[in-house]
Design a binder for this molecule. Structure first.
Ligand SMILES: [Zn+2]
Length: 348
């Protein structure tokens, strides 16, 4: 019997038994560009390592949602006056060609065909790149170019293995409506799900209840089951006073969120958030393909700015840096149990 897909993002060394105990059956697993010098040539060391990781996770009983490589990443760099700015770094190899050219699109499609073939049986589902409407992940691509990339990638994956579950995610910003409108109105785009990342109460206003209308909206717009590729609630960080909320200063600089749910950002509120979210997921199970919690473990340093005292990317976990359960771990485990049982009762 098909179950709702429950997944997370985790470090390579994260304890599989502990994650499965929480009800997690899937991991998000990123892959780098596979070749060193030319398509079909020698495999890169990083790719070989990622493939070995996939074999290991499968042998531990975890299924995988692969993430195809992005063009690069934007991180927060501090200038001499102490202000943080987004700085973009390319990550694509020269054999791909230049982004947004026919050559790049062809290379990307062929690379995706290789991934589908080389990882057949190891990776059951794909997320194409990541949040391509957010400058931090899209880099040089505008929205139209980003959509062309997604369609070519999907053709490469599905053309090689039609059994794969393929889609992409957005960061849920206003710009994402272009992507949803463009991709899901195109009958030649072979996409199986509508993906979305949202952090209601932390990055965005709202709370776990906001998922109710959001899931319905995306289903109504696209007619496809919705996959939540990322959701969660930060258990740390202050809340900005009203006069600071309109400021455009990055949170890596202020260390205060512009949004909060309930009593703010604490491990206890995070647990309650997780509990309520699963109630909403139960209610919307008919249009929900699955949900990947962001993320399994707290992080020692913020990947955006590199600081250990920054709350931005350090406190999203169900377990702490040492792997000890936070209150949200127990709420998650119980929430997934409820969700799977309401899912099954529907199908009886
Ligand atoms: Zn930071």
């Amino acid at each position: 019997m098909a179950k709702v897909i429950i997944g997370t993002s985790a470090l390579p060394e994260a304890d599989a038994g502990h994650m499965k105990d929480a009800g997690i059956g899937w991991l998000r697993h990123g892959f780098p560009y596979p070749f060193v010098e030319r398509p079909g040539g020698e495999l890169s060391e990083r790719y070989v390592k990622a493939r070995e990781g996939a074999v290991r996770r499968n042998s531990q009983g975890l299924q995988l949602m692969g993430v195809t490589p992005g063009l690069g990443i934007g991180t927060m760099q501090q200038d001499e006056r102490g202000n943080y700015h987004l700085a973009w770094r390319d990550h694509y190899p020269t054999w791909m060609g230049r982004p947004a050219t026919p050559e790049f699109l062809r290379s990307y499609r062929e690379m995706c065909a290789f991934l589908a073939d080389n990882l057949k049986g190891l990776v059951q589902m794909w997320q194409i790149a990541n949040e391509l409407e957010i400058p931090q992940f899209a880099g040089p691509l505008n929205m139209r170019q980003a959509c062309e990339l997604v369609i070519e990638a999907a053709r490469g994956l599905k053309g090689t293995d039609p059994e794969l579950i393929v889609g992409t995610n957005t960061g849920g910003s206003t710009r994402s409506y272009y992507l949803y409108g463009r991709l899901y109105a195109d009958p030649s785009a072979p996409l199986d799900y509508c993906g979305v990342d949202q952090y209601y109460g932390t990055w965005q206003a709202g709370g776990p209840d906001t998922w109710r209308e959001r899931l319905q909206e995306l289903w109504d717009l696209t007619g496809l089951p919705v996959l939540i590729n990322e959701w969660g609630y930060s258990s740390a960080g202050g809340v900005a006073p009203p006069e600071e909320r309109d400021s455009r200063a990055p949170i890596c600089q202020t260390h205060r969120w512009r949004n909060a749910w309930g009593e703010g950002h604490s491990p206890e509120v995070q647990a309650e958030y997780v509990r309520v979210a699963h109630d909403v997921f139960c209610e919307k199970r008919g249009i929900l393909l699955g949900a990947f919690f962001y993320r399994w473990e707290d992080q020692a340093v913020c990947w955006q700015c590199g600081r250990a005292d920054c709350p931005v990317e350090t406190a999203w976990g169900l377990v702490d840096v040492q792997g000890n359960p936070k209150p949200a771990f127990h709420a998650f485990k119980e929430g997934v149990r409820r969700l799977q049982s309401c899912w099954e009762s529907e199908r009886e």
